[in-house]
Design a protein around this ligand. Structure first.
Ligand SMILES: Cc1ncc(COP(=O)(O)O)c(C=O)c1O
Length: 360
C-alpha cells in the first residue's frame, strides 16, 4: 500500500554530493572545518563585494512584502549582458528549477526527453517524476555529439554543454545544426559555460526552439542563494512562466543575483583565477599518472589508470578530502574533482601522491 503515484514510488531521488556540516560560527559567520570540499562544483572564491552590499541593503519592507514575481531587476541586468530584450529572460530558483519547469512544460507519457550520456544525473530523475520516456544516447569515447540525438527528435532534447561530469564541449556550430534539425525544444544546459571559451546564448536570436539554462551558482559564486535563469524567445518564456511558482525567486536572492551579474569585472577576474587553477590541477594530475582530458567546466574528470577510483575516493574521504565518485558505467573508473583554491588543490595533490605510493 502506498500513497504515492507509481512513478514517484519507484523513483530514487537525486543524490546530491555530500555537504559537510559547518563548524560553529566565528566572527559572525559560519566557517568550514578542515574539510577540503571539491565535490559539488561550487566556486572556491567569495561572491563580488557588491553582492554582500546588496544583501545588507535589503529593507524590512522588502521582507514583509512578496517579491517581484518576475525578478525584473535581474531580467533587465541580464538582458544588458546578453544584448536581448528583458522578455527573453526568466528568473528561476536555481538552474535546477528551470529543468523541472521544462520537463513539466514539454514532457509527458507520450512526449519523451532525449539527452546524450553520461551527463547530469538529475535528468532521469526529473523524467521519472514527470513519467516520461527517456531516450539516452551514448556519447562516443571522445564525447562528440551523437548523431542519433537529432533523429530521436524528442519533445525535449537536453544537451549539457560543457557537459557534466566529463567537462567536454560541443561546438556552437554543431549545436546550431542540432537546433535546426529538431522539431522539438532544445534545452542547452550551460550551468558551467562561464568557464568555457564559447557559448550558445546567441542561438536564441535565430531559433524559436532553443532554451539556454544559466546558473548563478558557479561563475558567480552564489550556490547558496539558489538563482538561475532561462534565455529564450518571448513565446517560449511566456509558456515556461505558466509553469513556475508565482514567486519563485525571493527578494534577497534577486537583489544578490542582480548585483552579481552587474559586476562583470569581478566575474571575469574570478573566472580567470578558476581557469588558471584548472590548467595547473590538470597538469599536476597528469604528472601523477591520471588521464585527464581538457575540461571546459570548473571541474576535471580524472581517470585512475592503475587503481580503483572508488578506493582512491574512500582514502581521500578518510583525510576529509571530498571529490565526487559516480558509480555508473563509463565514469566509475574516474573521479570528478572541482577546481578549488590553489591551497585546496595542493592538499588534494599531496594526498593523492601519498595514496598512490601507499597502493604501490
Ligand atoms: C549540469 C548542471 N545543470 C544545472 C545545475 C543547476 O545549478 P543550480 O540549480 O545550482 O543553478 C547543475 C548544478 O550543479 C549542474 O551540474
Amino acid at each position: 500500500m502506498t500513497y504515492f503515484r507509481q512513478n514517484i514510488e519507484k523513483t530514487v531521488g537525486y543524490q546530491p554530493g555530500f555537504q559537510p556540516s559547518f563548524a560553529k560560527a566565528t566572527e559572525g559567520r559560519p566557517k568550514e572545518t578542515d574539510v577540503v570540499k571539491l565535490n559539488t562544483n561550487e566556486n572556491p572564491y567569495p561572491p563580488s563585494p557588491a553582492v554582500m552590499e546588496a544583501i545588507r541593503n535589503i529593507s524590512e519592507e522588502q521582507l514583509r512584502r512578496y517579491p517581484d514575481p518576475l525578478g525584473n531587476a535581474f531580467r533587465k541586468a541580464a538582458a544588458e549582458v546578453f544584448d536581448v530584450p528583458s522578455d527573453y529572460i526568466m528568473c528561476c530558483n536555481g538552474g535546477d528549477e528551470l529543468l523541472k519547469i521544462a520537463f513539466c512544460a514539454f514532457c509527458s507519457e507520450n512526449r519523451p526527453v532525449a539527452y546524450p550520456v553520461p551527463t547530469y544525473s538529475l535528468y532521469p530523475v526529473l523524467a521519472n517524476l514527470q513519467n516520461c520516456k527517456t531516450i539516452e544516447v551514448p556519447f562516443d569515447s571522445e564525447f562528440n555529439l551523437p548523431a542519433k540525438l537529432a533523429s530521436a527528435d524528442a519533445a525535449l532534447t537536453i544537451v549539457c554543454n560543457p557537459n557534466a561530469p566529463t567537462g567536454s564541449f560541443v561546438s556552437v556550430d554543431e549545436m546550431k545544426s542540432l537546433a535546426d534539425e529538431l522539431s522539438g525544444v532544445l534545452l542547452i544546459d550551460e550551468a558551467y559555460v562561464d568557464f568555457a571559451e564559447d557559448n550558445c546564448a546567441a542561438l536564441v536570436k535565430d531559433f524559436d526552439n532553443v532554451i539556454i539554462l544559466r546558473s548563478m551558482s558557479k561563475g558567480y559564486c552564489l550556490a547558496g542563494i539558489r538563482f538561475g535563469y532561462a534565455i529564450a524567445q518571448p513565446a517560449l518564456i511566456a509558456g515556461l512562466m505558466k509553469v513556475k511558482d508565482s514567486y519563485n525567486v525571493d527578494a534577497v536572492a534577486t537583489a544578490a543575483a542582480t548585483a552579481a551579474i552587474r559586476d562583470q569585472a569581478y566575474f571575469r577576474q574570478n573566472v580567470k583565477k578558476v581557469k588558471d587553477e584548472r590548467a595547473r590541477l590538470t597538469q599536476q594530475l597528469r604528472e601523477l599518472g591520471f588521464d585527464v582530458p581538457d575540461s571546459s567546466g570548473n571541474f576535471v574528470l580524472a581517470k585512475c589508470k592503475n587503481h580503483k577510483a572508488s578506493e582512491i575516493y574512500e582514502k581521500l574521504v578518510e583525510q576529509k578530502i571530498y571529490v565526487r565518485y559516480f558509480d555508473y558505467a563509463s565514469v566509475n573508473d574516474k573521479l570528478r574533482i572541482t577546481v578549488g583554491t590553489s591551497e585546496q588543490n595542493d592538499k588534494l595533490l599531496l594526498a593523492l601522491k601519498e595514496i598512490l605510493s601507499e597502493f604501490g
